[in-house]
Design a protein around this ligand. Structure first.
Ligand code: ZN
Ligand code: ZN
Length: 341
């Protein structure tokens, strides 16, 4: 089978790799991939800004059908419509594994970076990573369970209270999911983009954002001040992974507020750390997911409180992978998914 892979170390070393079809080893299942989301992490790997073990097929946001199960697989069967956590190998012994934090295991290997991922017709994952898709959630929207779970985890790492005014910077797929999760937690949400984000900001409104603002067009400080008695946002979620947005988010958070970094930059950025002192800001990082993030993400999908399907703007065949990466970098549309099966 052919997969879109990081072929060798270095920037732009991505292309089609001919790999043998995976077989179902004990404790593992084979998913025939219906939909696999292209994520910022894949693009960071493309630019050699995120660790990977080439040659390795990319892709960690997946939904599809189980077509084979290995020995000792008890909880899933051929034909199940599923999604998967990205975790392929965890040591199980380190303090993080023992504490239920697989995202922080130093020996972790995930599909799409450490082992072959979902940008191919078939992907092998351990049964322990599998989740059946809820009724009413198709394999398209289901492929976005992983980024949704990442947003749920960002909320797990901070707190949002009813009546809070939250800011989400970056109306890409993560920002649009984060906005919905934060709304579900009871806050009013202001989504901030740039002047080129017009379509994405319109989608944010459709999906429930209370207000949208564009850098360079709107006066962010004044707008936030008007909505918060001059204090600023209670909590900010930086979802763009762009340095200037990180600074904007820090400028907008109130004294004693919370700043959560969700987007990945791929490089160091300038950030006025002194404000963290003056304003006594609580700063939280958030990386990937833990088990509870998946349980809540699937509940949000099942109930329809969060919608992932409307984010999908492009469905692209694996062979046209370059077009997909180019669209991503030009920030056209919102979510690009590959259609391997
Ligand atoms: Zn992702
Ligand atoms: Zn571990």
């Amino acid at each position: 089978m052919e997969g879109v892979a990081k072929l060798r170390p270095g920037a732009r070393q991505v292309g089609l790799l001919n790999a043998p079809e995976p077989t179902a080893t004990p404790g593992h299942v084979i998913i025939e991939v219906t939909a696999a989301g292209l994520c910022g992490t894949d693009v960071h790997i493309y630019h050699d800004e995120y660790p990977s073990r080439p040659p390795v097929i990319l892709g960690h946001e997946v939904a599809g059908r189980i077509v084979d199960v290995g020995a000792d697989v008890r909880h899933c069967a051929t034909g199940d419509a599923v999604t998967s956590e990205p975790y392929f190998f965890l040591c199980g012994l380190c303090p993080y594994c023992r504490a239920g934090m697989p995202n922080l295991c130093q020996r972790r290997r995930s599909i799409g970076s450490g082992v072959h991922g979902a940008f191919a017709r078939y992907v092998r994952v351990p049964e322990s990573s599998i989740h059946r898709l809820p009724d009413g959630v198709d394999e398209w929207g289901g492929a976005l369970t992983e980024p949704l779970a990442c947003c749920v985890h960002a909320l797990e790492n901070t707190r949002v209270e009813p009546g809070d005014v939250a800011v989400v910077t970056g109306p890409g797929p993560i920002g649009l999911l984060m906005m919905q999760v934060v709304k579900a937690a009871g806050a009013q949400v202001v989504v901030i983009g740039t002047e080129t984000d017009e379509e994405r900001l319109a989608l944010a409104k459709t999906l429930g954002a209370d207000h949208v603002l564009a850098v360079g067009k709107d006066d962010l400080q004044t707008s936030l001040a008007e909505r918060t008695d001059g204090l600023g946002a209670d909590v900010v979620f930086e979802c763009s992974g762009a340095g200037p947005a990180a600074q904007t988010a820090l400028d907008l958070v109130r004294r004693k507020g919370r700043y959560v970094q969700v987007g990945l930059f791929g490089k160091p950025v300038l950030w006025d750390l002194e404000q963290v002192c003056y304003k006594e800001v609580e700063v939280h990082g958030s990386f990937a997911t833990v088990s509870s993030s998946w349980r809540k993400a699937l509940a949000l999908l099942r109930s329809g409180i969060v919608q992932t399907g409307p984010l999908i703007s492009h469905r692209i065949e694996l062979a046209a992978w370059q077009q997909a990466f180019d669209l991503f970098e030009r920030r056209e549309g919102v979510k690009i998914v590959f259609t391997p099966a």
